[in-house]
Design a binder for this molecule. Structure first.
Ligand code: IMP
Length: 437
């Protein structure tokens, strides 16, 4: 069994908790795209873990985790995270963490280029995480990237760093920044690559063998559907494919071996960085955004940037459901809305007086869009920690059913707090089946 987990919105939907919950029932958890731009928070008892590069399954000592070929890996960030969670009592050995030999490395000049590119864009900037993600994927597509397998050869690593740096420095210097030195980069990166060596393997072969021997595999998407470089709000996107098709490419798994796709959807929407956001709470709704930000701790887990908050957008979530083929949805952060008198749900868009029900391709169109809302009554009752659907206040049940009808996919799980046991699994849902494997 192979299940893909993907965020339906602009990220931070609460994937970490859901992956952590499902990981108990699975044997292998693999990431397939992105790098340490992700930030998953997982709470276990009184411990909290922030995972950037490593799959959320890593905190389960009996699970094997994989960083797939579609990822970009900063070796410094990799070991910072490994050492950090080791300090928290989770040991990470090469037996339970596999890094693809085909994944690309993020080099110090990628970080510098990310900064330069954002400075150069000025008001038009993307608002990236400045981790070097975009420039590393540019090198990959430009066929000059450094793959993990290449870096394991010191001669090849030196050659590639020197050649790539020449080009990178031209841009860095042109925009008034200090050039980087190849010998300093090699001094930083070479020992890290040596330390990485025992973790490196042919991960697609590892995953194929695991599947053949009956192991259950979770493919954990980072970022989310609307940040997908093909399907998201381009150019305000990340540089990889979080959508379900990307899971097949980025983990090296044939599409027909994927059993199901789980969408993670929050009861409201957020976005970090720039870019269009049709349901953003602005002006007189800023106080609601503030309440949600505080109750939902809507601050970037990597960058601590305050997240922009908005109402649930059924148009973009329907789009995400169709693109990814969601079989079930995990709805997170229901409790965050507990205090609201009324809750708005965007059920359609309007542009130039015309109603549109599809998600436009052009980002500037999205800026001109007016969201059409349906307003539902709030429930004004504490739902934190509720574990049965029937125990939710009636208006909360109605809200959940309304979202499911609007998106056209079952809601199989509802999260009512950050802890593992603050969860409702809906009876007779696809999700319940996945939970009982
Ligand atoms: P990059 O991935 O650092 O290139 O950033 C591109 C866009 O994706 C920016 O708007 C980031 O804020 C956003 N982004 C990247 N990773 C995440 C994430 O894990 N959660 C939410 N937004 C993200």
């Amino acid at each position: 069994m192979i299940i893909v987990i993907i965020g339906a919105q602009w990220g931070d939907e609460g994937k970490g908790k859901v992956v952590d919950l499902l990981a108990d029932r699975f044997d292998v958890v693999s990431r397939y795209q992105g790098g340490h731009n992700a930030g998953h928070s997982v709470y276990v008892g009184d411990k909290s873990f922030v995972l950037r590069l490593l799959p959320s399954g890593i905190i389960h000592p009996d699970k094997t985790c994989v960083l797939g070929n579609g990822m970009v890996i900063d070796p410094k960030a990799f070991f910072e995270e490994v050492d950090q969670i080791a300090e928290q009592g989770v040991s990470v050995s090469p037996e339970r963490l596999k890094v693809s030999s085909r994944a690309h490395l993020i080099m110090p000049y990628h970080r510098a280029l990310d900064h330069t590119s954002e400075e150069r864009l000025g008001n038009e900037k993307i608002g990236t995480t400045l981790r070097g993600i975009g420039p590393a994927y540019e090198d990959k597509a430009g066929r000059r990237g450094i793959r993990v397998a290449d870096a394991l050869s010191p001669e090849l690593l030196k050659l590639r760093v020197e050649r790539n740096l020449e080009e990178a420095n031209r841009i860095i210097v042109l925009f008034g920044n200090q050039p980087l030195r190849a010998n300093e980069i090699l001094e930083e990166v070479s020992p890290l690559v040596e330390r990485l060596r025992p973790f490196v393997c042919e991960t697609s072969k590892f995953l194929a063998d695991a599947r053949r021997s009956g192991k259950k595999i979770l493919l954990e998407g980072a970022q989310a559907t609307l940040l997908d470089v093909d399907h998201g709000t381009y150019p305000y996107v990340t540089s990889s494919n979080p959508t379900a098709g990307g899971a097949s490419v980025g983990a090296g798994i044939p599409p027909h071996h994927i059993t199901g796709v789980l969408g993670i959807v929050r009861t409201y929407a957020t976005r970090v960085g720039e870019g269009p956001f049709p349901t953003e709470m602005l002006d007189e709704e800023e106080s609601i955004a503030h309440l949600i930000r505080e109750r939902g701790n809507e601050y970037g887990s990597v960058t601590r940037r305050p997240r922009r908050c908005g109402w649930f957008d059924a148009v973009s979530t329907r789009y995400a459901a169709e693109l990814n083929g969601f079989d079930s949805i995990a709805l997170t952060k229901l409790d965050v809305l507990d205090e609201l008198d009324e809750i708005k749900v965007c059920i359609g868009y309007e542009a130039n007086g015309q109603r549109i029900d599809t998600f436009p391709a052009v980002s500037h169109d999205l800026r001109a869009i007016k969201a059409i809302y349906q307003t539902l009554p709030g429930w004004k009752t504490d739902t934190v920690g509720t574990t049965e659907f029937d125990k939710l206040p009636e208006n909360a049940q109605k809200y959940v059913r309304f979202l499911s009808e609007q998106v056209g996919v079952e809601i199989g799980l509802i999260s009512t707090g950050p802890e593992r046991d603050q969860t409702i699994v809906l009876k007779n849902s696809v999700m319940e089946k996945w939970f009982s494997v």
